[in-house]
Unconditional design. Sequence first.
Length: 383
Amino acid sequence: MSIKRARLIYGATYMAETINMDLFWLVRMQFPDPHFLLEFEHENGRWKRFLLVGSLEFTRAKLEAKNCTVLNAESYFKKIGERAWSPVIKYLLKERGMRTLEVHPLTPIEVVEHLRKAGILIRAGALPWFENRIVKTRGEIGSILKVQSHMEEVLGLVYERLRRASILRGFIFEKGKALTSEEIRSFIEFELFKRGCASYDTIVSSGFQSAIPHHVGEGQLRAHTSIIFDIYPYSRKTGYFSDMTRTFVKGEPLPFFIKMYTAVLEEQELGISMVQAGRDGRDIHTAIEKRFAENGFKTDLAKDRGFIHGTGHGLGLLCHEPPAHINEQSYILSEGLVVSVEPGLYYPEKKLGVRIEDLVQVTKTGCQNLTKYPKQLKDIIIQ
């Protein structure tokens, strides 16, 4: 059977600058050093895949790597007479009568140049590399929900700490000590770690910091104003992420905050109601932006005020995966896709920000909300 095309994925699957989650999605094996995987598509549409590894990972890869044949690079180094990866790839291509190679778009330019110098004709591939990766299976949804449940449990612990805390001179105190973003962030990340998850740079921002969407938060937590919690951990076992944002107030919120929060919740519910297979994400984003303006919250991007970011993003083995953004760009939602719906409002001059984020899975007739944590106004004001 003749070969139609050859493709190459390069990267690590765990804790590395060259991480490539398309590779992890396929082989389901964690390795911190970058590896090569060659794919050959035959005329009948079937694929043969070969994971090329060194002696360090060969035995483990034979036991753990899925959906591929594992090749020991050492044997090929001996055949070609040098310890270099590019000539090995050229050798494997030549064995199968191929001279052109389609490379994954995340492949570093240095690797591409080495392949070219080895005499391989290179063509850039495109994302999504695996179409099936976008649509989440029941098992994948289960993995996301498990992380989500841990996250909601931990945020509940934070809520209880805030409930028991006191207010002094406009700041939040716990047992006589000022509570800080750093303290709560460390608490959240440690509790998630105990539950088998990892989370970094968890957003815990209050006051004027909450008006800057991705300000991680620092210093003492303020009372009577926004405290934004944006938590996006992943499972250390499965690799799947979850993502949720809630905005709390400890004490008495300002009237403008209440107006903001009511609008954000209304627009988030509008967005969720519009999610459906075949719907253009741009239409959802535009409808939310329009409703904000009708409710007196017109966006001014020049002043960084109002609804200044996209409505959401895809999620799975990456916190942001296709669609990377649901915004003014067109993107047709497909059944099985998991996306966030997270409108927000930000007013730096008032030192106030509000964001609410849920995860939903797209269905034929609408969507299933994967987030259960309460978000009504009565649920987020902590006396």
